[in-house]
Design a protein around this ligand. Structure first.
Ligand code: ASP
Length: 354
């Protein structure tokens, strides 16, 4: 009995000792683990900038855009949350938008003057500064995947037309009949633009024609991401501009104009009037303002999109993310389809003015 009592008191003493130790030790359960312990990551996308006005949008179309933007960004966010690379996230996110007829890229691409769909895309890895791009391809289901192949499995940066398509076949990419890219809406837009063009050759003013062309082209898609390893990537995919001729190529497949990524600064994807974005070297200019002038991402994006490009006469926007996970969604048009998600899975979706 005595022994039993002794054992009992030892047990009580140890139990009390442990309790008091627990109280003085700071609580550190998995739920209490601060978010800051998870390396920062984030993702941002656009589905084109232009004259996107609430009064011209039906509720059901607006809902369709928001649903697709959310599906796309969640695809990339999940990859990043599970430790995937920024490059993977950018590619898969863009694939979702490429496969949707809502956006001017792949399945929803606009028509060129000769009634074909000519697709451009590019991707860049901010860690290696490696990049890949394709221009004027007509039968590649997901042009961003071909841009990735150019980056990873060729010694080149930009391939065009038939040669790019041959390379896609060699790399085993999904090839489709060009009729896959037909959508009634885009075909009708081409007919309207051609009609305006005929009117213009009558006595209509060039300014009216230009603004009509501008308004009928938006929809390019793009994505920029920061992964948990601190690597940045960006990509862009487009059908270009309605009624384009002579194998016109815009900014989207031009590294430095439509797409740029550098781990030292930021990752950017552009959308807008490509001729101005090429001459303004928009994506690289934002990175350069950060690198050489010490501007923040937001300051650099505003400088280029709100000052430099409008001064030249162009319009459009960009989405970008920097090496700390700060995001910019800057545009000088009435709207830009856009969405972003941070490491806490906080989602923001926008279409019209900020
Ligand atoms: N930037 C694209 C191009 O000029 C079009 C767009 O983004 O709307 O080809």
């Amino acid at each position: 009995m005595k022994n039993l009592l002794l054992l009992l008191s030892i047990f009580v003493f140890i139990a009390c000792g442990n309790t008091s130790e627990k109280e003085t030790t700071p609580a550190f359960t998995s739920e209490a683990k601060p978010q800051d312990d998870i390396p920062n990551f984030g993702i941002v996308i656009h589905g084109g900038a232009g004259t996107i006005l609430k009064e011209n949008m039906s509720d059901s179309l607006e809902k369709a855009y928001k649903t697709k933007l959310e599906e796309a960004i969640r695809t990339g966010h999940e990859i990043l949350a599970n430790g995937g690379t920024a490059i993977q996230a950018v590619q898969r996110t863009i694939n979702v938008m490429e496969d949707s007829p809502l956006f001017n890229s792949a399945k929803g691409a606009v028509f060129a003057n000769d009634e074909t769909n000519q697709l451009d895309a590019s991707i860049m890895d901010g860690k290696t500064l490696n990049a890949g791009a394709v221009a004027g391809v007509t039968n590649i289901k997901n042009p961003i995947n071909l841009a990735y192949e150019v980056m990873e499995n060729s010694e080149h940066v930009l391939l065009a037309g038939k040669g790019a398509e041959e390379f896609a076949t060699q790399r085993g990419l999904e090839i489709v009949d060009p009729s896959y890219f037909y959508t009634e809406n885009r075909f009708k837009s081409l007919q309207k633009v051609k009609e305006r063009e005929r009117e213009k050759s009558g006595n209509k003013t060039a300014a009216n024609y230009d603004s009509f062309i501008k308004d009928s082209k938006f929809g390019t898609v793009g994505c920029a991401a920061l992964d948990k390893n601190g690597n940045l990537a960006a990509g862009t995919s487009t059908g270009g501009m309605t009624n384009k001729r002579w194998n016109r190529i815009g900014d989207s497949p031009i590294i430095g104009a439509g797409t740029y990524a550098n781990n030292a600064t930021c990752a950017v994807s552009s959308t807008g009037w490509g001729e101005f974005f090429i001459r303004g070297v928009v994506a690289y200019d934002i990175s350069a303002l950060m690198e050489y002038k010490g501007l923040s991402l937001q300051e650099a994006a505003a400088e280029v999109i709100q000052k430099k490009i409008p001064k030249m006469g162009g319009d459009g926007g960009i989405i970008a993310i920097d090496h700390e996970g700060n995001v910019a969604m800057e545009f000088n048009t009435a709207g830009m389809y856009r969405a972003t998600m941070n490491k806490k899975a906080e989602l923001q979706i926008g279409i019209y003015e900020k």
